[in-house]
Design a protein around this ligand. Structure first.
Ligand code: COA
Length: 248
């Protein structure tokens, strides 16, 4: 392990609210994003997508020294070519731009962007309102996690379940596979223990190494951040609401 690996890795997480999305932000989007925005039928999903694009463009533009609308975000699914999947920055590797990696997540009232340098990052935030834990948990948790969940008092189960979930999804987003692999094959530590992946699904390469940190947004939305490598993760929180609401 190198000294750099032992060091703490700061991850900046920029939070916005659903109410921050407004039509004035559409001018920041590129044609691919406008296409997705216009074809997203659900009103709140459309606004969450808009806010995620806007936060990404403003924050990354600041880091790259580019106007937000000029940030070269690439939204091309490696499997089908569609305008979805892990978003990347279309800048030449090894060029003058800093090695910025990022991850977006939206759920309920909250939209987040996690940014770090030199390692892949995955962010997941979940709105637990209305989650039918007894129904969903068997599809998300390993047998051991499920037994640990059921050993808890019922009143604690939703919060515990959501914590397993955000840890798992952030890890799968950091390594870029998303939910193509079943969550119930990925084992993470129990909610009250330091966040960690305990074992990866057998169909994935086992060489993945990630570190994690947990947080909660507005007391209602648990979130986790995973970063590839072995450096401990330190979260630095930012609020983008004022900036988005006044953007014209
Ligand atoms: C990644 C994924 C887990 C996110 O699910 P979610 O909980 O609904 O959504 P979140 O808000 O937390 O995250 C969405 C963001 O994750 C990112 N993302 C999408 N796919 C990703 C992937 N494979 N790896 C990492 N990040 C991904 C995008 O930035 C996306 O934001 P956008 O919708 O604004 O473009 C889910 O979209 C997924 O598993 N996708 C893979 C499924 C797949 O490969 N389908 C094949 C289509 S051909």
């Amino acid at each position: 392990m190198t000294a750099a690996d032992r060091a703490s890795r700061p991850v900046h997480v920029w939070w916005a609210r659903l109410a921050d999305a407004h039509p004035g932000l559409v001018g920041l989007l590129d044609p691919v994003e406008i296409g997705r925005y216009e074809t997203t039928v659900d009103h709140d999903n459309r606004r969450r997508f808009l806010a995620g694009c806007a936060v990404s463009r403003v924050v990354l533009g600041e880091l790259l020294g580019l106007p937000p609308a000029d940030v070269p975000l690439r939204r091309v699914c490696p499997r089908c070519g569609g305008p979805h999947g892990k978003v990347t920055l279309d800048v030449p590797a090894g060029g003058a731009h800093p090695d910025v990696r990022f991850s977006v997540s939206h759920s309920g009232d909250v939209i987040g962007l996690a940014v770090c340098h030199g390692a892949d990052v995955g962010l997941d935030v979940e709105d637990g309102t209305g989650t039918d834990v007894e129904k969903v948990a068997p599809r998300v948790l390993t047998d051991r996690e499920l037994a640990a969940l059921h050993a808890r008092p019922p009143a604690e189960r939703t919060a515990a379940f959501l914590r397993y979930w955000t840890r798992k999804e952030s890890a799968l987003k950091a390594v870029g596979v998303g939910l193509r692999v079943p969550l119930r094959r990925l084992e993470v530590s129990d909610p009250e223990l330091p966040p960690a992946v305990l074992s990866w699904p057998e169909q994935m390469e086992s060489r993945h190494e990630v570190r994690m940190a947990d947080t909660v947004v507005g007391a209602t939305h648990p979130a986790s951040v995973s970063v590839t490598g072995t450096a401990e993760v330190t979260l630095v929180r930012h609020d983008t609401s004022a900036m988005l609401r006044t953007w014209r």
